[in-house]
Design a protein. Structure first.
Lengths: 321, 508
């Protein structure tokens, strides 16, 4: 093997790491403020809702399905919780639990449509994405739902120098990661993603596992919504708008195969979410046009996916020879 | 480890009936298997083997009949229930989860756990132990996608062992194995038998059943037609029982000994594992039957000839109207009419009309001055073909999917007739047709030869071959192992594929 080929091979294998490093170094050199502890913590703090949502979505993607209703599930469940807290004086802690439970319920509806009614998951969650958002907009009259001051204060809570939502996010992701790697349920998710028919033949509870993956996706999306809401001190009509696509991008850039059966939660989602937040943060520091974020984000998705396509192409060639 | 319980019937299936949409797939089928023995289940396509096995696997429910295991009557309503009763299936298509590890593939449905968490260490040790029983030392952490077919099959067997299977069903397990892998598998099966497991072995390869099975059960048309210890039966008898001989409909064409230059001569055609030094000639106006059992390489040979499958080497010489030249398989495809085994999948375009189907391979000859397809010419061609082959369609615009099987097959013929190739390769052209439709199709074949075309004909139904062929090529395990004249009788033909088998047994 020539060194050129080796180089190409390395780039393909570590495509994501290479892109990550280039972007990181570029921003560190190009802006004065980027490479500072405060700013890195900012990035970590800002990416939390995205990372939690993406970890739930990843569970669905690992089964080989899609859930693009995550943003709407977060919006609808947070709206319900916020309205009950504001108008009916619900205890905020109970409110948070209610929101997460509500997300699980919305996810269960997705699961029912996909698993029992056998509707393609993309179409099923596209329809609930539209419907859930519509319900939430009707409930809130498309207005901001402000939360009481003590909750708003929570958004700035810190453990020493570290914003409190960072350890929360890490804890959630570690739990989901353990669920995915260390439990029967998690391995069944991977089994289904490998091949549903085979999983069924082996006698795995394919339908139950598929259903539960949607429930978890809904609950985690709602949990991500709770963090956003606390940070903003209010539920805005734009909560979770477009989140499904950013989350999906995080999932695929993080190395979770859209075909299912491949990927890691902790070691995929965290760098995946970090790179997107880093680009936003870095471009802001550069004083770039706010819309350029979308262009660069799109380019990163493309680069990661192209490397992935090349890589899988190579692997097929290899296994044939 | 269970004690060997030979000479005692462990599994018995009695009076099993199953109908699909009114068509009887199993008619009071029986099966008997003893502990520590391998029983071979043989039968041609559609004999009911797979239905019977699917009943054991809990995939299909029998309409009536009894199944007893160890003297107790059992019900098998789902794959899960069948697995709990001790039945394990090693499918031809392995049920592997490629991105998961070896250990996970073995334990996926019931891993060792502490609380909610899988105990990886125990699982890996368990996998190692099971694989060791199979004489295999793959690391349990290896992702299955990195392993070959032989190893994957062992993992499948290990999964069966883990479930403590009493009965393991092997469905054509050797079809994609290399020879060393096959021998390894036989060792494993011998080991299983020594432990007292019942092995049910389904295959088309006679040599294999004589090598490792104690009993043989032969099925035909949904019935069990023979069941005995292996020692009481000869290979030729098994073939005869499998294929049966229905009443001979009488020859359509008396064998002609063709003379003159060969149209096609093939030399040294080979492909690793599938085809071995294939050498034959076909003369003009000759109908040559390619006779062999399923899996003998008949279809592979036809496909390889025309480039639908790769070849490793060999030459194809074509003696067409413009003289003798050497062709590549892809070039040969342009010279032959190919009627494939799977006419619904490869032969016709079901949603299109008869006219469109006939026109498709001949579009270049139907172009008008504007280089567009001329409707009138296309219609004329379609009408001519409907007339010539007496295709029973209301008109040329009838959609092919609504035609009967025999008429669909005629449409396939029509497509090629219009191009008037010199050589036809016909793979099971009569499959699934009733007697009259078969005769119709065979008459067309004879007509082709009458017009000077050559035909290489493959059929699982010996009586069909015997009605039209001028001579036979015998194929077994991807090798042409003999030739017989058109006057050969049933016995000679049956023996021809069976005797070879015993020779190969010696090699094994």
């Amino acid at each position: 093997m020539t060194s050129g080929k080796q180089m190409a091979d390395f780039l393909l294998r570590r495509g994501f790491a290479v892109v990550f490093a280039i972007v990181f170094i570029f921003f560190s050199v190009a802006t004065a403020h980027f490479f500072q502890v405060d700013n890195i913590l900012n990035i970590f703090s800002a990416m939390d809702p995205l990372a939690i949502t993406a970890s739930g979505m990843a569970l669905v993607v690992m089964t080989g399905r899609l859930d693009i209703s995550v943003g709407s599930m977060a919006f609808l469940s947070c709206s319900i919780g916020a309205l009950l807290i504001r108008d009916h004086g619900l205890n905020p802690v109970l409110g948070m639990l209610l929101v997460v439970g509500c997300g699980g319920l919305l996810g269960a509806i997705n699961g029912f449509i996909v698993v029992v009614l056998r509707v393609n998951s993309l179409i099923a969650t596209l329809s609930t994405m539209i419907a859930y958002r519509g319900m939430a907009l009707a409930l809130t009259d498309a207005l901001l739902v402000e939360l009481p001051a003590p909750i708003r204060f929570l958004g700035n809570a810190k453990l020493g120098p570290i914003p409190v939502n960072i350890p929360i996010m890490l804890a959630v992701l570690i739990l989901v990661h353990l669920l995915q790697t260390k439990t029967s349920f998690g391995r069944q998710i991977m089994a289904i993603g490998n091949d549903v028919t085979v999983a069924r033949k082996i006698g795995l509870p394919v339908d139950r596992t598929g259903f539960l993956s949607f429930v978890l996706s809904g609950a985690l999306a709602a949990a991500g919504g709770v963090l956003t809401t606390i940070e903003n001190g209010a539920v805005s009509p734009f909560l979770g708008d477009g989140l499904e696509f950013t989350a999906l991008a995080v999932v695929v850039v993080g190395g979770v195969s859209l075909l299912g059966g491949r990927g890691s939660i902790f070691f995929g989602i965290i760098p995946g979410a970090f790179i997107f937040e880093m680009i936003r943060n870095g471009l802001t520091n550069l004083g770039a046009d706010p819309y350029s974020y979308r262009l660069v984000g799109g380019a990163v998705i493309f680069a990661a996916m192209y490397a992935d396509a090349l890589k899988s192409g190579r692997y097929t060639l290899r296994s044939q020879s | 480890m269970r004690k060997a319980q030979t000479a005692q019937t462990l599994l018995r299936m009695d009076g099993i009936c199953k109908a699909y949409a009114g068509v009887l797939a199993l008619n009071h089928a029986t099966l008997e298997a003893r502990g520590g023995e391998a029983v071979a289940v043989m039968g041609a396509n559609g004999a009911g083997k797979s239905t019977l096995m699917n009943i054991l696997g809990g995939v299909v429910a029998a309409d009536s009949g009894h199944i007893t295991l160890d003297g107790k009557e059992i019900a098998l309503r789902s794959p899960r229930q069948a697995a709990q009763q001790g039945f394990a299936f090693v499918h031809q298509e392995l049920t592997m989860l490629p991105t998961l590890s070896v250990a996970e593939n073995i334990f996926i449905d019931d891993p060792p756990r502490r609380g909610p968490f899988i105990r990886w260490v125990d699982m890996a040790h368990g996998a190692e132990r099971l694989l060791a029983r199979l004489g295999c030392a793959i690391s349990p952490k290896t992702p299955v996608e990195q392993l070959g077919v032989g190893d994957r099959q062992l993992i499948e067997i290990a999964r069966a062992l883990r479930r403590d299977a009493k009965v393991i069903i092997f469905d054509e397990p050797t079809s994609s194995l290399t020879k060393p892998e096959r021998l390894k598998l036989f060792d494993v099966i011998r080991g299983l038998k020594a432990e007292g497991t019942v092995v049910i072995y389904i295959t088309h390869f006679l040599d294999e059943i004589f090598a490792i099975c104690e009993r043989v059960t032969v099925m035909r048309n949904g019935e069990t037609v023979w069941s005995s210890p292996m020692s009481e039966v000869k290979p030729a008898r098994v073939v005869q029982l499998m294929l049966g001989v229905s009443e001979n409909e009488g020859r359509i064409r008396t064998p002609v000994e063709a003379v003159g230059e060969p149209l096609l001569s093939v030399k040294g055609l080979c492909r690793e594992g599938d085809l071995n030094d294939i050498r034959f000639e076909i003369r003009r106006g000759e109908i040559v039957g390619l006779w062999g059992l399923l899996g003998s390489g008949r279809t592979e040979l036809l496909h390889a000839l025309v480039g639908l499958g790769p070849i490793d080497g060999g030459t194809i010489e074509w003696n067409g109207d413009d003289g003798r030249r050497e062709l590549t398989p892809d070039q040969l495809r342009a010279c032959v009419g190919l009627v494939t085994e799977d006419r619904r999948g490869e032969g016709v375009l079901l949603p299109l009309s008869v006219s469109d189907n006939v026109a498709l391979p001949n579009l270049m000859s139907l172009l008008n001055n504007w280089r567009l397809v001329d409707r009138r010419r296309q219609n004329a061609l379609a009408d001519a073909m409907i007339e010539r082959l007496s295709i029973k369609a209301t008109d040329r615009d009838q959609v092919v999917s609504t035609l009967s099987g025999g008429n669909q097959q005629k449409v396939v013929f029509a497509r090629w007739l219009a191009a008037s190739p010199r050589l036809f390769l016909l793979d099971e052209p009569t499959r699934g047709l009733d007697v009259n439709a078969k005769t119709e199709i065979l008459k067309r074949v004879v007509e082709l030869a009458g017009h000077g075309c050559s035909v290489l004909l493959v059929s699982s139904e010996l009586e069909d071959l015997m009605r039209v062929c001028d001579r036979y090529l015998i194929i077994s395990r991807g090798r042409l192992v003999g030739a017989l004249p058109g006057s050969a009788d049933v016995d000679a033909l049956m023996r021809s594929i069976a005797t070879i088998v015993t020779e190969q047994e010696a090699v094994l």
